[in-house]
Design a binder for this molecule. Sequence first.
Ligand code: ARG
Length: 457
Amino acid sequence: MAKLWKGRFKGGTNPLMEAYSESISYDRELAEVDIQGSLAHGKMLASVGLMSKKDYAAIRKGLGEVLNIIKSGKAKFDTADEDIHMSVEKMLIARVGEAAKRIHTARSRNDQVATDLRLWTRGKIDLIDSLIANVQRALVNLAAKNDKLVIPGYTHLQRAQPVLVAQHLLAYVEMFGRDRERLTDARKRVNRMPLGSGALAGTTLPIDRHMVMRELGFEALCENSMDGVSDRDFVIEVLAALSTLFIHLSRFSEDIILWSSSEWGLIKLDDAWSTGSSIMPQKRNPDLLELTRGKTGRVVGSLVSILMTVKGLPMTYNRDLQEDKEPIFDAVKQAEGALACIAGFVPTIKFEEKVAASMLVGGFLDATVLAEYLVEKGMPFRVAHGVSGRLVRHCEEKGLRLCEVDMKTMQAESKLIGKDIYKCLDPANTPKAYKSAGSAGHKEVGKAIRKWKARLK
Ligand code: ARG
């Protein structure tokens, strides 16, 4: 197949080299935005007189046909055409003839591919933002549905203090909120247009970059032609945001895996979102969550991959940059899959309330509240910590809970302790007493649920 750049070459390309260097097997993902870019570029060429209106009309019609063929899946791509940009141009020339040979005026694949990838990434940021919002909504609804349920909160995976399960769920809503902020912030820098940078130096032809920028909905131009074709920091930024998103998804997955284990038994996995074992009939496995945890490694790998690709590249465009696409395509695909599944799974979570209640019994979850009780009676906290600690040791020796210690033993530790202590010493009640802003009890969690419901409307 004759190459569009064959002019200065005498011989053909080695087939091994052709197979090695092609990107058409994956960059066809950019077909739609590539055509969108060509439509805007062609319209501008016609407007500044670098192409006749008639030629542009033919090109516009031709690009529409090419788009339809590609969308229908009937396009036959040829590895000899290297990439989607060459393929679209060839298909266009095959349909439109001579006029189409003007579309690449004042354009290089270097500014074209950078523009395409920015357009594609911008669209995906918007999609992922809405998918994260769906997960947030599902979590807020689950929190609201279980807004009285108390579970142990953990530090070091040791029982620490009682919390509303809603607070635990809303912690993830906050994290996902920041993930959305990071993507939205990155979007501003994604949304700048390299087109018109040419191969690296711009062009002597009288193009109107601002017109193309407006046509394509970019907020600004890449203001330096060499920067425009060289950098992929927008890919790095988005992959960093997606990596952080996956770190959050992975931690959430880990929590659900623990909660659904036989050891915890706090939730039972819904049939639709779990899998069985080929040998052990009793199994109900949390594969969705394990895969999400596992795919996190792959997404972070994509971030590392683009970082290493760009590191040490001399200015400006180098073919290394073709390696920018698969990492971001894959990370976005994994994000779409994970977010859609998690949003579907979360509403099926049902808490075993009896198990939750039984988990509050051991672990002295009320030891901190006992110390705080003494602080309210005037004791310095460090002293109160000691009193509570000694009572815990007493309980451990006698096999008691704090609420089972008699008044005489309590008062031997501190005369400040009165009968009202017993009201404090039930972890199931503690969250009602949390007062501080953002705390894990009824008052603040209620506020947080209302805040998020309003934000996610
Ligand atoms: N497929 C190439 C890429 O993804 C397009 C740009 C090719 N430019 C070039 N000068 N060979 O980077």
